[in-house]
Design a protein around this ligand. Structure first.
Ligand SMILES: CC(C)(COP(=O)(O)OP(=O)(O)OC[C@H]1O[C@@H](n2cnc3c(N)ncnc32)[C@H](O)[C@@H]1OP(=O)(O)O)[C@@H](O)C(=O)NCCC(=O)NCCS
Length: 210
């Protein structure tokens, strides 16, 4: 049985624990071993698996697999790349009640949460996060490390390049491209290409400089 380690013991880590425990293969292919993070005196080990120390100090065992709960996509990429160089393998987590349609490709380490829908012919890269109740429409392409928060819609044919962040409740319209490292603010409606590294917000979404 593979032993799953969750990188990050924050709020998102607890969410991903629950997702992992309700994912395809849990209890038959893998179980949760613990979290990797700094010690936390308030951590309730009666409720949650233990924090086993920070990832840099952890000696990877042959049956270990990993998932990453870091919300910031750039920090997530840094930590996951570092762990991969050390030989870490990442578990793909598909919630048992996610809706995955025909001919979908999902990269290693990606998480598809409860009642997220992934449409036909979608390609999702590595270490992405598709949170609960979001919809990734047919023929979308989602780049590595991208993050789609709860109740977002990527309409058919949308392209998210690597490290794109789509915050809660945003809608990205048909065939729109969100370039590398770009951010879409919560509740936005995106109708035009979002340039690399920029943030857009509103309806219609326009570039903002906070
Ligand atoms: C894109 C985003 C990250 C920008 O955050 P930020 O850089 O911290 O900006 P701030 O929150 O300081 O907001 C700056 C200004 O924009 C406004 N603003 C921020 N986000 C907004 C939004 N989505 N819609 C409308 N106005 C918004 C704020 O009211 C503020 O206005 P003010 O200067 O007049 O007070 C933020 O808009 C966002 O979407 N956050 C994500 C929330 C979320 O979904 N989290 C998911 C957790 S799982």
């Amino acid at each position: 049985m593979k032993q799953l380690l969750i990188l990050g013991a924050g709020g998102m880590g607890k969410e991903i624990l629950y997702t992992a425990q309700h994912s395809i293969g849990y209890g038959t292919e893998f179980v949760v071993k613990g979290f990797l993070d700094f010690p936390n005196q308030d951590w309730d080990t009666n409720v949650y698996p233990p924090i086993l120390g920070i990832e840099d100090d952890y000696k990877i065992q042959s049956n270990d697999i990993f998932t990453c709960s870091i919300g910031n996509v750039h920090l997530k990429r840094k930590v996951c790349e570092k762990m991969r160089l050390r030989g870490a393998m990442f578990q793909t987590l598909i919630h048992k009640e996610a809706n995955i349609r025909e001919n979908v490709k999902i990269g290693e380490g990606t998480i598809v949460d409860w009642n997220a829908t992934v449409g036909s012919d979608v390609i999702i890269g590595e270490n992405c996060l598709i949170q609960l109740l979001s919809i990734v429409g047919h023929d979308c392409k989602i780049g590595n490390y991208s993050r789609i928060d709860t109740q977002c819609v990527c309409v058919g044919g949308v392209v998210l390049q690597d490290c794109a962040t789509i915050h809660t409740g945003a809608v990205v319209s048909h065939k729109v491209v969100v370039e590398n490292d770009a951010t879409v603010a919560a509740m936005s409606f995106v109708i035009r290409r979002v340039k690399a590294g920029t943030t857009v917000q509103g309806n219609p979404a326009i570039k903002v400089d906070y």
